[in-house]
Design a protein. Structure first.
Length: 296
């Protein structure tokens, strides 16, 4: 396996492309938006530059990594000659189903089709594809070049051969792959999102403030980041989407998103990406500032 296609140049897509390219794979980074590709490649270059400054990699490593990435705005052109396609588009079920239907029509039957979804059913996605046994989940963690885990999700029809191949490829990326089965939220988000939701409820019900809730979890549970700060980092819209998937998939009210989270997303407060969530994010300021709405 030498050539990899990554669909989507956003936060996860450019991180996945960076990681494969740094590990010596030829990567075809695909996005319908030229602007998104330019932004994604700039992010990769900046992240590599930081790694050079820290002494993690050399200048030659940086140049080689960038040279391993070729960009495309047409999916059909981009996937030619690829052994593995990793879809990393927005966490929207209709969009992902559309992409996989397109991939089924244009990819050879021996090409492995992976999705970076954090919650959407692999089995549902695979139903769009001829030979669904080649569809699998590769749930990378953000930031991809740093985080070691890859949650490898087997759909109902995913073959043993495809699973073994993806596990092996993940190890070549210096990641630790963990095989899980296809149920709503898989493992990572089935456990993480209810915790984040409960933290939002604790704020909503006036149990404690933003900083207090995060401090309890950081100092009491040894979490590197509090749940509200983590929600901002993930994206409050993404958290809401995953909770909705869990709620619909299990039909259990314990997964229902907190009304405060729903209101914040509807108001456009999505965390780091919008500059305002539970905290305010001011460019050039590394300090976290609790959003004025949540100040006592």
């Amino acid at each position: 396996m030498k050539q990899i296609a990554v669909i989507g140049a956003g936060t996860m897509g450019n991180g996945i492309a960076h990681t494969f390219a740094q590990s010596g794979f030829t990567v075809k980074l695909i996005d319908i938006s030229e602007k998104a590709i330019e932004k994604g490649m700039l992010t990769i270059a900046n992240n590599l530059e930081r790694m050079v400054a820290k002494g993690t990699i050399t200048e030659a490593d940086k140049i080689k990594t960038i040279s391993n990435i070729i960009t495309y705005t047409d999916v059909k052109d981009g996937i030619v000659g690829c052994d593995l396609v990793v879809e990393a588009a927005t966490e929207n079920v209709d969009l992902k189903l559309k992409i996989f239907k397109q991939l089924s029509d244009i990819c050879d039957h021996n090409v492995i089709l992976a999705t970076n979804t954090s919650s959407i059913s692999i089995t549902q996605i695979a139903a769009q594809v001829v030979h669904p046994e080649r569809v699998i989940g590769m749930h990378f963690m953000n930031p991809v070049p740093v985080m070691r885990l890859v949650e490898v999700i087997r759909g109902y029809s995913t073959s043993d051969e495809v699973t073994t191949t993806v596990m092996d490829v993940s190890k070549k990326l210096q990641k630790t792959p963990v095989e899980v089965n296809d149920y709503p939220g898989f493992v990572a988000n089935r456990i993480l999102m209810p915790m984040i939701n409960e933290a939002v409820y604790s704020l909503y019900e006036g149990v404690a403030g933003v900083e207090e809730i995060d401090t309890v979890m950081k100092l009491g549970m040894a979490h590197p980041m509090g749940p509200l700060q983590l929600a901002d980092f993930i994206g409050l819209d993404v958290c809401l989407s995953i909770l909705n998937v869990l709620h619909a998939g299990f039909g259990n009210p314990k997964y229902a998103p907190c009304p405060l989270l729903v209101n914040m997303v509807q108001a456009g407060h999505k965390g780091v990406k919008s500059g305002n969530g539970f905290y305010q994010y001011i460019k050039g300021n590394k300090d976290l500032i609790v959003s004025t709405r949540f100040r006592k």
